[in-house]
Design a protein around this ligand. Sequence first.
Ligand SMILES: C=C(O[C@@H]1C=C(C(=O)O)C=C[C@H]1O)C(=O)O
Length: 438
Amino acid sequence: MASVGERRDRGRRLPDVTSPADIPATTAPGPLVVRTTGVDLAGSSMLDLLPDPLTGQAPVTWLRRDEGLVGWGVAAVLRTSGTARFRDADKWWSEVSARAEVHDAVNEPGTGLVAFGSFGFADEPGSSVLVVPQVVVGRRGDRAWVTTVGADLPDLTPAPAPAAPVGVTFADGSLSGEHWMSVVADAVARINAGELEKVVLARSLIATATEPVDVRWPLRQLARDYSMCWTFNVDGLFGATPEMLVRRERGLVTSRVLAGTIRRTGDEERDAALAGTLARSSKDLEEHEYAVRSVADALEPHCSSMNVPEVPFVLHLPNVMHLATDVAGVVHDAATVSSLQLAEALHPSAAVGGTPTARAVELIAAIEGMDRGRYAGPVGWIDAAGDGEWGIALRSAEIEGSTVRLFAGCGIVADSDPESELAESQAKLVPVRDALSD
Ligand SMILES: C=C(O[C@@H]1C=C(C(=O)O)C=C[C@H]1O)C(=O)O
């Protein structure tokens, strides 16, 4: 396990990370004292409760349709990296939760001790974080609660509204559009030469504001405009993902697999016709099938029964439509395998890596021209029983002061056309791009 003030990277020592979100380096906590009590949040929106990040309270978020969890403050944190990042985090989490003294008056998934996590996409450098906030506020249906970890009960009145980002300009990140298209063409040639079947290639865009960006602004916009997605923020990585890598709750496991995309036009009739085209597109169905297979194969050893629909449905988002499949199963090893271990087993699925996985991941590192950081890695939360939700950090960006790095990627298969893939990547950048304006 990584220790205080040190991150491991194949034996090399790396300097500590100074986090944009004020989450410090690894802490080795004594027994945590955790209290969950029911509260009445009435009509207030969960995001309104988040304190100003400038107060150094490191806001974290996992919300869909204003249900889920928000938190702030740091009671304990693990930073880790490299191939062992999931194992390090899982071991640390079982030790921290075994030692904790928990008084839980609510007993719902997400009550008691919880940690938020965000994991690096690639093994190298693979910088990852798991953090236990001092305060977590949760809502599920008509129940709401607050959990404190070694902290007093907070004042749950809405914080003053965040200001919009100022003077934002956008520039190419890793590669220009032209250059990225040539990389896509190279991948298509390799696929046609039989090197691999599918690879997901991503690009980035850099937004620069004239003042530090308050993450609560884009979070509010994303939660409002993409309410069917999971709006997340962990240690400066934020976004609204439509893709659930794995959710485990009381012995049931589910995964929402997406792959195969078509852009929306804004015209309802035309979009309905496009949805039909997507559902019949052999290129997209093939790309989708790879992704579903990779998830079903990884979950199978953990399940006593599974449901893998044969035909995908079309998920409508405001910017794009995706082929989607909800895989479900009954797990037989919940007592010994946590949701984080399941996330490790599933990552990277063919929706963000490719097929075969090892070859695709190698090719991404060789030709994509950037470090993905935590983009396309698992992001979510885990409780003391090991249940939790881990989404794939898509439609996301990393914030550092007044700079925001946005990411988007596309599945490349034999029939992919570089120009259409560039347009698709632009459509996938829209949610965060729009969220940075007022
Ligand atoms: C890689 C991304 O999205 C993934 C790729 C998709 C595709 O290529 O059709 C669709 C949904 C996601 O699984 C992204 O949004 O950055």
